[in-house]
Design a protein around this ligand. Structure first.
Ligand SMILES: Cc1ncc(COP(=O)(O)O)c(C=O)c1O
Length: 469
């Protein structure tokens, strides 16, 4: 039988009641790309054209490069559609949405173990970048106030963080005119320790940034050690230097996978924490949040009481209008999963990451940079250190042919001779996918070898050629 599309005569009449999507005239003409077209088109056709074009994108389910959530339940998808038309900033018009926002922040304050005597406050943002900027800005402001009260100059604030922070830390320093003091990585140590930090801080340090799960290797800084050092300095010199924890990736992993490790408000100097709810909060992009340990850590001058559309709304953000959906989806996940659900999902993905590690080691071609202990990321380099670094980039390219998206990159300065492949294991990455991935990467390696006719000979020839990329 012919498909309905074939049965319909091609028509260019827009008013034709029975015009099938692929038979519309727009399908045999170029659509407008750079200027708004003079006339419109049928809704189904516009939808189909865009949908078809997007088929050329990678498949989010196979995107092991990104930490960002690529799957939510159908009920969450429904809620998303139903709430996309509510402007999050219109608190006066949508008071219940704001009420839910406050609940989300309160739940996160508790998740980060704010002490009973504290009153944690915060806000949801579009992601961790905005959240980090808001957190650091508050600390810069508080530092300035303390210095003014002490009659000391306020001209040279600095922030201290390690070389493997996300680029948004550097952005903050430049946008908000704060000196950045970058603690370099060591050869085989991809996190920051208390001993290293001490050399970089002084009375002008507004905050120390500690990463809970780095983008590059998934490691965590020695947050407890750095806290103890700062407490000592407070007692000895009177410098009250806060820690801002960048929990973009680890913020939802730590509380459920290694709750006994103190990386949160249980540590006195940890005054603010950001997380990307669109990562392991398991919500679609873009939502992040910043939570302060106590109301007193957020200077009240930074909270704007805006008179807008007939009401007064407290607002601490860099942006203004956006959809309410993601905040509501975070609340959905909290209710739907509970702590038990988050614990199960996080434990599963950590187990699957470790399984993938094992599979990659078994291929004989890779070694781990570090174990997936703190984040479900698998970071490997070539076992044969004499091979040119180009090979990991070639593998990254070849994996694309199988649909897998896997980044290859060098580590930051001082460790930049190390070139890695990194896979982020997310909720939808099953054991079977791990098996398939490991099999595919072996095929890619063999392909590289076959193209050079003799695999062993090829790699033998490449040895000692040094860095190619
Ligand atoms: C450690 C860390 N901090 C901050 C960010 C920025 O997060 P977002 O994309 O939510 O702005 C990322 C993003 O990958 C990250 O890994």
């Amino acid at each position: 039988m012919l498909s309905p599309m074939r049965q319909v005569k091609h028509t260019s009449d827009q008013n034709e009641p029975l015009s099938y999507t692929y038979a519309d005239r727009h399908m045999d003409q170029e659509v407008s790309k750079y200027a708004i077209p003079a006339t419109g088109m049928d809704a189904r056709v516009a939808y189909q054209i865009i949908r078809d074009e997007l088929n050329l994108d990678g498949n989010p389910a196979l995107n092991l490069a990104s930490f960002v959530t690529t799957w939510m339940e159908p009920e969450a998808d429904e809620l998303l559609k139903e709430t996309a038309n509510k402007n999050f900033v219109d608190q006066d018009e949508y008071p219940q949405t704001e009420e839910i926002h406050q609940r989300v922040i309160s739940m996160m304050g508790r998740m980060f173990n704010a002490p009973k005597e504290c009153d944690p406050v915060g806000t949801c943002t579009v992601g961790s970048s905005e959240a980090i900027m808001l957190g650091l800005l508050a600390h810069k402001w508080s530092w300035k106030k303390r210095r003014e009260q002490a009659g000391k100059p306020t001209t040279n604030p600095n922030i201290v963080f390690s070389a493997d922070v996300h680029t948004c830390w550097e952005k903050f320093a430049r946008y908000f005119d704060v000196e950045m003091r970058v603690v370099p990585l060591k050869k085989d140590q991809f996190y920051m320790t208390a001993d290293q930090v001490v050399d970089y801080i002084d009375e002008n340090t507004c905050a120390v940034g500690c990463v809970l799960g780095t983008t590059f290797t998934g490691q965590i800084d020695d947050i407890r050690g750095i806290n103890d050092t700062l407490l000592k300095l407070k007692a000895e010199k009177g410098w009250d230097i806060p820690i801002h924890v960048d929990g973009a990736s680890g913020g939802f992993v730590a509380p459920f996978v290694y709750p006994e490790v103190e990386v949160d408000f249980r540590l006195e100097q940890v005054r603010s924490i950001n997380t990307s709810n669109h990562k392991f909060g398991l919500v679609y992009p873009g939502i992040g949040s910043v939570v302060f340990r106590d109301r007193s850590d957020l200077p009240e001058e930074l909270v704007f009481n805006i008179n807008y559309l007939g009401g007064s709304m407290p607002n601490y953000s860099l942006n203004f209008s956006r959809a309410s959906s993601m905040v509501l989806l975070q609340y959905y996940n909290f209710l739907r999963l509970g702590q038990e659900g988050y614990r199960r999902i996080m434990t599963n993905i950590m187990d699957n990451a470790q399984y993938l590690e094992k599979k990659l080691i078994e291929t004989g071609y890779f070694e781990l940079l570090n174990e997936s202990k703190y984040l479900p990321t698998v970071t490997v380099r070539l076992k044969d250190r004499e091979l040119p670094t180009k090979v990991v980039y070639m593998l990254s390219d070849l994996l694309r042919q199988f649909g897998w998206i896997v980044p290859a990159y060098p580590l930051p300065a001082n460790a930049d001779d190390v070139h890695v492949l990194r896979m982020v294991v997310k909720e939808n990455f099953s054991r079977d996918m791990a098996e398939k991935f490991a099999a595919d990467i072996v095929k890619c390696i063999k392909k590289l070898g076959d193209e050079a006719q003799d695999f062993e000979k090829y790699f033998e020839q490449q040895k000692g050629k040094g860095r190619v990329c």
